[in-house]
Write a protein that binds this ligand. Structure first.
Ligand code: ATP
Length: 306
């Protein structure tokens, strides 16, 4: 079985003078939760829309499940994809379950048992009979996910699925998405939220102004680029900063959310403790730390704001 679900080659979309997607060559591996990360306007929706045949590329090509997209190739593969681009459209006066039944009917596969399983899977088991218009935003979005899962597709394409949600709703939807990826299902998730991609995705492509800046396994990217770090709290962080800054073997010292972050390999932690205590500063907490996706993003985009 082919291990690449999508491969794009120089994929480009121009809207008049706007180059929305600029010569993108990327690989989406099978069975991964693949994040498309980029600021607003970086081309994520345009890219997804091209992959779904909603927008025609200006240049370049792509394959889907190993098949070229041209000459009707894409149409033959679309039944293997579930997609949620922007806010899902459902009938407000119909129940969640009837909305799903309606779309199931359109797809021509009508097993009612599937609807109950899907409602259960997205946490709407008890509310499937309620009208869509009575749902919270989180419930609407979860019904949208149930819709994408109709027919058990191999690929899910989700565009900013937590957009506009409160933190609790976001956490629920993220948890749900994490459970949707697997050996037989690939998920492409676009987001401009760094922590969302870090929490949910295992592979990522970073877009900026329509260009691909980096792609790969999230953990590997962070490891390759990130120097080893430790996070610590002390009895006197200001003094600790000065002491650590003066040590030649400490690569960097910064502050992050009430912690000091020192660029040293974790196996030298004891030397930090020793150096600080010689100066009567004592460590209250110390853990090895990895570069965050946010630091990585700032690094590769040279300070672009997301
Ligand atoms: P967002 O997160 O805000 O949706 P995005 O990363 O998905 O952003 P796109 O929506 O793909 O980015 O937009 C990329 C660029 O293409 C933007 O400059 C946008 O204004 C432009 N664009 C997108 N769709 C069209 C269109 N139909 N006509 C003209 N320009 C467009």
């Amino acid at each position: 079985m082919d291990d690449t679900v999508i491969q794009t080659d120089g994929l480009t979309k121009r809207y008049g003078r706007v180059l929305a997607v600029d010569g993108l060559s990327l690989n989406v591996p099978r069975g991964r939760i693949f994040g498309l990360l980029g600021p607003n306007g970086s081309g994520k929706t345009t890219l997804m829309s091209m992959l779904l045949g909603l927008v025609r590329p200006t240049d370049g090509s792509f394959t889907l499940f190993g098949q070229p997209s041209e000459k009707g190739g894409l149409d033959r593969q679309l039944h293997r994809i579930g997609a949620l681009i922007e806010t899902p459209s459902f009938y407000p006066y119909m129940s969640g379950r009837n909305n799903l039944a309606y779309f199931q009917g359109i797809s021509g596969q009508g097993d009612p048992a599937e609807l109950d399983l899907l409602l259960e899977q997205v946490g709407l088991g008890g509310r499937g009979g309620d009208k869509f218009q009575t749902y919270s935003l989180g419930m609407k979005q979860r019904l949208g996910l149930a819709y994408t899962l109709l027919g058990d597709p191999e690929l899910l394409v989700l565009d900013e699925p937590t957009n506009g949600m409160d933190p609790a709703g976001m956490a629920e939807v993220r948890e749900l998405i994490r459970g949707l990826g697997g050996e037989n299902r690939t998920v492409i998730l676009s987001s401009h939220l760094l922590n969302e991609v870090e929490q949910v995705c295992d592979s990522v492509a970073i877009l900026s102004h329509g260009r691909l800046i980096a792609q790969g396994d999230v953990a590997e990217l962070l490891q390759e680029r990130g120097q080893p770090q430790v996070r610590l709290r002390t009895t006197d962080d200001r003094k600790a900063w000065e002491i650590l800054n003066a040590l030649a073997w400490v690569e960097s010292v910064s502050a992050d959310n009430g912690y000091l972050v020192a660029g040293v390999p974790p196996d030298r932690s004891w030397e930090i403790t020793a150096a600080l205590s010689r100066n009567e500063v004592y460590v209250s907490e110390m853990t090895p730390a990895q570069m965050s996706l946010e630091q990585y993003f700032l690094d590769v985009t040279e300070g672009e704001v997301i």
